[in-house]
Design a protein around this ligand. Structure first.
Ligand SMILES: *Cc1c(COP(=O)(O)O)cnc(C)c1O
Length: 406
């Protein structure tokens, strides 16, 4: 996608606006499948929570992806988008047994991450195959909120609980068809992945009925030129070799699964916002845009550094700005950033806005959620309308007070 295309989309569809480049999603998907092309049976389950627009799901379906879901609503979205239940895995945390039962009835692969639910589910449905989420306790991840493998993490069944886990399986006679881990996001080191994988292989030897091993996700994507990223090609080479050797040892060919979110959609996304005001204070120059953490919360929640460009003045002299939103709370997108000179009315473009951006948007300050556009084969297609006042009030039930008599 080129700057002029983005600028034109902002004009056509207004701001703030999310734009997704289909070609980038496709090339990331192909990059991953190519890196693992020497694995006989590979499955890529896209993590719906990263970006759950139905047209994005359809694009990934067309590529051959399955889905990784964390709620029954994501399962329903996937089915609505045309995925068959067998192409969906459900990896919830802390949800009720009732919801898990409901998803199992749909025919979706269940992945259970605690012993209490495992025992209850296995007792009731010994014939429904279940995948087990293991916590290998490998410390990885860029931020404590997105790092899920550590000892205090609420995710997964601890590798140290293996004896109890095996006892439950023996007592219930349930069928374990998969083993899974997801150690967190932003893993910088392939060796960390491989170390955790070894723990998973060790665990897998306890289960002789497996069909697949799911290595979760955590691929680190670059946020700017030269930024560190997971070396997917090297990872593919190393894990493929180790996985194929394990299958020999195990005595059967297994499916290797991943469930990337960020890797597939992060870099494909652009968030466009208009500068409402340039405000010079005693200490800084603020560029205030027509958005805030209601539309893009990652900088405030995780300290994510989204690269910001002034696409209205790409050749202008660079100056330092703090880019802030219009929310009545501190909502700083970026501090002290070098950006081409900004004038009121300019369009700023935030990069890496595909994953966990729109999907985390809210209506705080009673603002509308932005529109979404898919850039496909050189054209912009509206895939979600901007909200309207109707959306803000549609679920409210107004209590009518009696007129006061004096
Ligand atoms: C969120 C999540 C993912 C996707 O993580 P990314 O860092 O976006 O690739 C994968 N698996 C599970 C179980 C998740 O909760």
């Amino acid at each position: 996608m080129q700057t002029k295309d983005l600028l034109q989309l902002a004009e056509e569809f207004g701001s703030p606006l999310y734009v997704y480049d289909a070609e980038k999603i496709q090339s990331q998907y192909n990059r991953l499948t190519t890196a693992f092309s020497k694995v006989d049976s590979l499955r890529i389950n896209y993590a719906v929570k990263a970006l759950s627009n139905i047209s994005i799901l359809k694009l990934l379906k067309q590529m051959g992806a399955g889905l990784d879901t964390v709620s029954i609503q994501e399962v329903q979205l996937g089915i609505h988008a045309g995925f068959s239940p067998e192409k969906i895995i459900y990896t919830p945390n802390g949800v009720s047994l009732e919801e898990i039962e409901e998803v199992a009835q749909i025919g979706v692969q269940i992945n259970i991450d605690n012993l209490s639910i495992l025992e209850q589910f296995g007792t009731k449905y010994p014939n429904i195959p279940v995948c087990i989420r293991i916590n290998p306790h490998v410390m990885a991840g860029g931020n404590t909120n997105i790092s899920v493998g550590h000892i205090d993490s609420k995710f997964g069944i601890s590798i140290h609980q293996m004896p109890h886990l095996l006892r439950i399986i023996e007592n219930t006679n349930m069928h374990i068809n998969g083993i899974h881990m997801h150690t967190g996001s932003d893993i910088l080191d392939v060796e960390v992945f491989l170390y955790a994988a070894e723990i998973l292989f060790e665990a897998a030897k306890h289960f002789m009925t497996l069909d697949f091993i799911d290595f979760g996700s955590g691929f680190k994507v670059p946020y700017s030129k030269g930024d560190i990223e997971t070396d997917v090609e090297e990872f593919g080479k190393k894990l493929t070799k180790r996985f194929n050797a394990f299958c020999k040892e195990y005595g059967r060919d297994l499916t290797l699964a991943f469930e990337p979110g960020k890797f597939l959609v992060s870099e494909a996304g652009y968030f466009l916002a208009k500068v409402n005001v340039v405000k010079q204070t005693t200490s800084t120059v603020f560029a205030g845009v027509d958005s805030g953490f209601n539309h893009l919360i990652r900088p405030m929640l995780y300290g994510s550094q989204h690269h910001i460009e002034n696409i209205s003045n790409p050749k202008g002299k660079e100056r330092f700005y703090s880019v802030v939103g219009y929310i009545c709370e501190t909502d700083t997108f970026a501090n002290n950033r070098r950006i081409n000179e900004i004038k009121e009315g300019d369009i700023l473009c935030f990069r890496n806005a595909g994953a966990y951006c729109f999907s985390m948007a809210s209506n705080y300050n009673s603002r509308y959620k932005p529109a979404e556009v898919l850039w496909f084969e050189g054209k912009g297609h509206l895939i979600r309308e901007r909200e309207t006042f109707e959306d803000l009030i549609k679920n409210q039930v107004v209590f009518e007070f009696e007129p006061q008599t004096a």
